[in-house]
Design a protein around this ligand. Structure first.
Ligand code: BTN
Length: 240
């Protein structure tokens, strides 16, 4: 699946290394894996906190070479989250779920996060962090309260990565082909459906009942007896 593979003992951020490879025209797709990150980034201004044992990697992709149009980039985050859910099922038998647009939860706690960036038109960086063997003893309180890992399940980072790459390759092919199996899988894994959610996008805030996902991956929220599609934002569930 990947033409360029780099395995690092330590990196600042695998997404930053992927951006460098894109800038220097390395052969894509490229996979960059780091045993440890010293400056892992999350969405927005967030940092990605992880102790040793987390699986952290990025894939640098030429979108057109994979047959992806710009309009399909929005579904890419769901495709990535669905592939993580599949990798968790394959390697541990556990049923994780997708918290739109691209967090993966296990028993209501955050197991994995995805950070997708486009450093230049047509080039994508898909950064994935999965809590595999790490524990949260020294973690900040908010991480300890909300995160979980696969520690104790007997799986390894290598096994989860291999299962992810195979699932992701198949989901990318479905995305490029407009195959409805992708949105069906995302809908089946969606943990927000039926819940009262609050979506924040900049200054805008919407609260209502989540009605699941639209065909194009948008989140459907019903408020004031109307169902509207949302394409961006951060979700808080009631009580969070
Ligand atoms: C989030 O939950 O806000 C997204 C977290 C993404 C973390 C991964 S770890 C590998 C890759 N490199 C980074 O610096 N971030 C992503």
């Amino acid at each position: 699946f990947c033409q360029t593979v780099e395995i690092h003992a330590e990196l600042g951020s695998t997404n930053d290394r992927a951006r460098e490879l894109i800038a220097t025209e390395a052969t894509l797709p490229a996979l960059i894996v780091a045993d440890r990150q010293t400056a892992g980034r999350g969405r927005g201004a967030n940092r990605w906190w992880a102790s040793d044992g987390a699986l952290t990697f990025s894939i640098a992709l030429d979108a057109a070479a994979r047959g992806l149009t710009t309009a399909q980039h929005g579904l890419l985050s769901l495709a990535t989250a669905v592939a993580i859910v599949e990798a968790v099922r394959t390697t541990t038998g556990r049923a994780a779920g997708v918290k739109w647009p691209n967090d993966v939860l296990l028993a209501g706690r955050k197991l994995a996060g995805v950070l997708i960036e486009s450093p230049r038109p047509g080039r994508l960086v898909i950064g994935v962090g999965v809590n595999v063997a790490n524990r949260f003893d020294g973690a900040p309180d908010d991480v300890r309260a909300r995160a979980t890992s696969l520690a104790g399940s007997g799986t390894t980072r290598q096994a989860v990565l291999a299962a992810f790459l195979s699932a992701f390759d198949a989901r990318l092919t479905q995305l490029a082909a407009g195959d409805p199996q992708l949105i069906d899988a995302a809908r089946a894994a969606c943990v927000l459906k039926g819940e009262i959610v609050t979506l924040r996008d900049g200054e805008r805030e919407t609260t209502g009942a989540c009605r699941g996902l639209a065909e194009d991956g948008a989140l459907l929220i019903e408020s004031d007896a109307k169902v509207a599609s949302y394409y961006a934002g951060v979700i808080a569930r009631s009580g969070e």
